[in-house]
Design a protein around this ligand. Structure first.
Ligand code: OAD
Length: 272
């Protein structure tokens, strides 16, 4: 059941967005769901409903069967390249620009690997789990952005002959230290923290709301369903990110254009 447009919780969240000095937003797969990118844990439509994550998203799985793992990730890469930012992405980019124009800080942390935030115009996006649009050579470490077409052989190799792997964090791997450090610094300084479309079960991101709240920040969750964060945050906004974020932006006088369906799908090398 989505929150009503005149719900006082929406007004409270909009007031906090309009006045906060330092804003941190954390997004999860739910923020890209309305763009057509499958989430992980949705029982019927999530990626993990069909695949066992531990058969595909671990260094051991890659070592055991690099062809299976790289075929799966290339299928996801091509799916993501065919997707466009949704009104939730566009609203976050507009809210970030508004905050910047008023000299206020706005840091976007994402667990998503699809770069739809960047395609929507968000800047300085902290990619906690990397990106599926870049792949690196396991021999030299060199990073490539493959063209917007499927690899022509699997497992793909770099010119140096090493196996290519996606630049995403796998289960059991550490988050990129510079991303984690940026997240910790932003949370330490924020007075408003908003979690959007995340199930709140994968740490360290799942702990960010409590961390921000413990420091006195106002905490907000935007999610279609209840999560462990729903009982932690100050303001819980039930509904989809593609509906609630544009509504909050409109309450700040920002109009979010609906995405044009004739926009061409993204090309490699799109805004990162
Ligand atoms: P999940 O699939 O675990 O959770 C998605 C959340 O978004 C759920 O709470 C859904 O109810 C909610 N949701 C779905 N559609 C929505 C919509 N339109 N608007 C708002 N909310 C919606 O995805 P994450 O929380 O991002 O990590 O998962 C966290 C991490 O677990 C992922 O980054 C991935 C996975 O293992 C790695 O791959 C390292």
């Amino acid at each position: 059941m989505s929150i009503a447009p005149d719900d006082p919780r929406l007004r409270a969240a909009a007031a906090a967005l309009a006045s906060a000095r330092s804003i941190v937003v954390l997004t999860g797969a739910g923020a890209s769901a309305e763009s057509g990118v499958p989430t992980f844990r949705d029982a019927m439509t999530g990626l993990w409903a069909k695949y066992d994550a531990h058969q595909l998203a671990t260094p051991e799985a890659f070592a055991r069967d690099p062809e299976l793992v790289t075929r799966w990730y290339d299928w996801r890469r091509m799916l993501v390249l065919g997707c466009r930012p949704n009104p939730g992405h566009l609203a976050l980019a507009a809210l970030q620009a508004r905050a910047a124009s008023e000299g206020r800080s706005f840091t976007l942390l994402t667990q998503n690997v699809d770069r739809l935030h960047q395609a929507a115009g968000s800047t300085g996006v902290v990619e906690l789990h990397g990106t599926i649009l870049q792949w690196r050579c396991t021999k030299t470490g060199e990073v490539f952005e493959p063209p917007p077409r499927p690899f022509d052989s699997f497992p793909p190799r770099s010119p140096a002959g090493g196996l290519l792997r996606p630049c995403v964090v796998w289960f059991g791997e550490a988050l990129p230290p510079e991303a984690l450090d940026a997240a910790e610094r932003a949370i330490a300084a924020c007075d408003l923290f908003i979690a959007v479309g995340t199930s709140g079960v994968v740490y360290p991101a799942a702990g960010f709301a409590a961390q921000a709240g413990a420091r006195g920040a106002v905490t907000v969750e935007i999610n279609r369903d209840p999560t462990p964060l729903s009982d932690v945050v100050d303001i819980c906004l039930r509904g989809t990110s593609g509906q609630i974020l544009p509504r909050l932006a409109a309450m700040l006088g920002l109009t979010i254009a609906a995405p044009q369906n004739d926009n061409p799908p993204r090309q490699a090398g799109s805004p990162t």
